[in-house]
Design a protein around this ligand. Structure first.
Ligand code: GLA
Length: 388
């Protein structure tokens, strides 16, 4: 939808008056470095040009009024600044209320309520971070309209705080960070232990990033996610008996091999093994990307997926089908699941002139195996949040 179309819906919903300000933030796709961002590891995500639009207009009272073009049947959802708390019935607005909660924790109170209309074109539940996109775009709109002194990094941290402290998902910082600090045609090589980061050009020449959506509704993802996080914490505690490390990312492959026997629980040990090797793989993959060695980059993506499937157990039949079918195609350099897992999307590096054939072949095989179709998008890498 265009800005003008969104404005029209805004006026129809909330009435005429001052012109709302319009903002956009992308979704994200992670190229490699999965389930390491809550273990202090490096990640390599990109912001997408698919994302979320937010139109905001301040009110003079303390009321909050919300409308989503994507969920018109929910109607206008209402709240007040004096009652910012998580409630099921607040539906998607919990992500916006969470940002108000996180701002308040930092001593920032809004002087008045607002009207907010949102529209997104990230497929729901696809694991391309529609929720982080909503948090960041709402945060960027609130920051601008209330003239708040909040940096992009802080915006990302407020989004993570929303997930951890309001929604109840103990996620890392990757999604919000890559969206809040995205750069066109670049990946963000982020050290989640220190939040230092570098932009890496995604110059793939004759190749593209192909996103393959299982279209499987993610189930159990949240509880399994928090479970993985606890498993990592237990494994770290066991290693800390011998190693002075602050997180699993600091262990290193060699020290891990020498000390892994300290992790008695076999499952916890497998989880830690994934994290330690994935951290090393991501640093290596970034080096390969900078050097333009896409073949090696692709092989590291393959290894990442296999580890997420076998050691970390966050893949599923649908993702495995997409990945193995893609890998079997001519012109595919590597494929892996991306994001939290249990559904959502996989990502592959594919030669541009092979994309149609890959989609055709993988699409047919997927539907035959799974019983419903998948979807494909050639990723286009966008920048950080902006006002339109
Ligand atoms: C989700 C979380 C991120 C990250 C990924 C897995 O997207 O929100 O913080 O942990 O899963 O890499």
């Amino acid at each position: 939808m265009t800005k003008a179309e969104l404005e029209k819906v805004f006026y129809e919903t909330f009435g005429q008056g001052e012109t709302p300000r319009c903002f956009f933030a992308g979704g994200r796709v992670n190229l490699i470095g999965e389930h390491v961002d809550y273990n202090g590891g490096h990640v390599l995500p990109c912001a997408l040009t698919m994302g979320t639009w937010a139109l905001l207009r301040r009110r003079s009272d303390d009321r909050l009024r919300f409308f989503s073009v994507n969920f018109p049947q929910a109607g206008v959802l209402e709240g007040t600044l004096s009652n910012v708390r998580f409630q099921e019935r607040n539906q998607w607005t919990n992500y916006v209320l969470g940002m108000l909660f996180a701002l308040r924790e930092r001593g920032i109170e809004l002087s008045s309520g607002f009207e907010l209309l949102v529209y997104g074109n990230i497929p729901n539940g696809s694991g391309l971070s529609s929720s982080a996109s909503l948090e960041v775009v709402a945060g960027a709109a609130i920051r601008a309209c209330y003239d708040l002194d909040v940096t992009d990094v802080e915006l990302a941290l407020l989004g993570q705080r929303t997930e951890n402290g309001f929604i109840g998902l103990n996620s890392g910082i990757m999604d919000q960070f890559s969206i809040a600090l995205g750069k066109e045609d670049h990946a963000v090589f982020l050290d989640t232990g220190t939040l230092s980061y570098e932009y890496v050009p995604v110059a793939l020449g004759e190749h593209v990033i192909l996103i393959m959506n299982t279209c499987k509704r993610r189930t159990l993802a949240d509880s399994k996610y928090n479970e993985r996080r606890s498993e990592c914490e237990r494994a770290l505690a066991a290693l800390q008996k011998a190693l002075p490390v602050k997180d699993l990312a600091s262990v290193g492959v060699r020290a891990f091999e020498e000390n892994k026997h300290l992790i008695e629980n076999e499952t916890d040990r497998a989880r830690a093994e994934h994290v330690v090797y994935e951290c090393a793989r991501t640093v290596e993959a970034c080096r390969k990307l900078r050097a333009g060695d896409l073949a090696s980059f692709g092989r590291l993506m393959d290894a990442s997926h296999d580890s997420l499937r076998d050691l970390y157990a966050v893949s599923c039949r649908e993702l495995d089908t997409l990945v193995s079918e893609a890998r079997a195609c001519e012109g595919v350099l590597g494929a892996r699941m991306t994001g939290a897992g249990f559904g959502g999307c996989a990502v592959a590096i594919v030669r541009r002139d092979a994309v149609d054939a890959v989609c055709e072949k993988v699409g047919k095989a997927y539907e035959a195996a799974v019983g419903y179709p998948c979807a494909f998008y050639v990723a286009s890498i966008g920048g950080g949040p902006k006002e339109l």
